[in-house]
Design a protein around this ligand. Sequence first.
Ligand code: GLC
Length: 646
Amino acid sequence: MYNPESNRLLQDILSRSGKSGKLDEHFLMRLSANFQDIFNYFHTLYPLRNDVWDHLERLVNVLIDKYLERDKDLKLVDKKREGDPNWILSQELVGMMLYVDRFAGDLKGLKDKLGYLEELGVNLVHLMPILKCPEKNNDGGYAVSDYRSINPAIGTMEEVKALAKDFKKKDMVLMMDLVLNHTSNQHEWAQKAREGDPKYQGYYYFFNDRTVPDQFEQSLPQVFPESAPGNFTYIEDVNKWVMSVFHNYQWDLNYTNPEVFIEMLDIILYLSNQGIDILRLDALAFMWKKVGTTSQNLWEAHLLIKTFKSCVRVGAPGTLFLAEAIVAPDEIIKYFGEVQTTSNECDLAYNATLMTLLWDTVATKNNRLLWSTMHNVPHKPMGATWLNYVRCHDDIGLGYEDQHAEWAGYSPWHHRQFLINFMVGNIDWSFGRGRKFMEDKVKGDARISGSLASLAGLERALVEKDKDAEALALQRIVMLHSIIVSYGGIPMLYAGDELARINDYSFEEDPSLSYDNRWMHRPKMDWKQADLRKKKSTVEGKVFTELQKLIKIRKKQKAFADSEVRHLVDCHNQHLLAYVRGEGNKRVFVVVNLNDHPEELKMDMMFHLGFDMKKGVKDLYSGAELDFSGYKYTLDPHQFIWIIQQ
Ligand code: GLC
């Protein structure tokens, strides 16, 4: 609804800025269309501040200044994407996340290795933290000391800008991290706060004594209870406590202070102006804190993201947000915002729910928990999409809802115990070779570290020189990827998994890493090993070639776009995971055998779904016609079929 008050304010701000003459009609149109939301959100976030309008004025000036600095080419990209907002749903997108230094040494090296990514079919690359951070105590780069500089060991901002240009030419998409929730204690703001500057102490949550921290601690969970217990750190220089929910060197930013919001907005637009297509908003569930709550997923955190989103819609509409909210299934979905069509928060979100459930299927070989969860998770908005992944640089949290486990016929606590023990190989027959991460011995809870291949049984098979187990593990690795490729959303591979890299235990020798066993699944790329992909008979060759094939087929198959529907199909066999993608005779019926034994798909299912069995059906993946002559089709262990009508 038109609000004359906000409109008047905007006109005043524009005329005071003296820059309206330099602004184009696209920007002005977007500004007036979004300003009312920004105005309302800001007022709701900061209701008690009498200086709220001054801050709003500063905010608009940041939007103007950053837009005036934005390159012409990027403005063209903005226009193109505004005209085709569903570009992100395309089946042609396939991503990979990688640490630049571990993958290619530095940004120059990465440029040389783009051919490798293209060979696999990857066209969206997530550069894991590349901003400046301390040499040690940096949480893999998630403790940023300067948001406007690149880690010098990796390269320069000019190189990032040039890389973004190369990407655009190749029709590739560039993503990078933005850690909004906290900075490193080495950041200039933190340094000034430590020197006693009240302005910068106000950028963080500083407390004179333990009174408020103790109140917080009553309800705040701990993220790293083993390596970083507690949520506050004592700063001797000023005799105060600062909030540090992650590590003690990662200080939480205080967004109840609008100055922090504006600083971060400036940074978002600055990075977007370097040509970054997607910003991965790290740990965004934690962005607002309140005594008496878990300080996760609070409505104010959502409002902050909505405000950032509205601002980006004005200043850099071609730039998208990815939500890194590894929280309960019902909470993740909220980071898309609450609209049905396009998102008003993040455009993409990690599908942590699917990821966890995939590991559940690996351990149980059945679809029960996946089925009961997926049927009860609300739908995402149509214009937003999932980032589907099997592994990433972080641990795996078994974050499914207890109720869904009960509906699947499990006792939630015992089932979690089973999964943990399975994944770390504490059960005789288990092939998982993970490790517990941040174990809570009292509750018997833990998250899991470990590489995809090691968790999927390859490490054990190689150690035991068991060829059958090796073949099964490889098939399992490909099967898991086949699901993220076909399920709906962007498949995001984790560098190293395309070569079935097993755990790397060298982190144990490095005292700066040994406290964090997530490093066991963050191996340095071994380019000699990568060469083995060219030999089909090797482990690397088998996995790389199959993934390449999966990607190739996905890109050509419109039914795999996220604009197409998906519905899960009950094949009356708990070992089969099945879903239909797309509609009519263009649809694909995906059937996955989760079991390490053969399983049957009954022909009734095919009739039920309306396939014309006289004409016959074909597996898009193998290209073979499927033989239902015994009124059933038998899938090999971990085989998957992508059925289409002949
Ligand atoms: C995110 C990152 C994780 C990091 C944390 C704190 O969850 O993925 O690696 O430790 O944020 O920044």
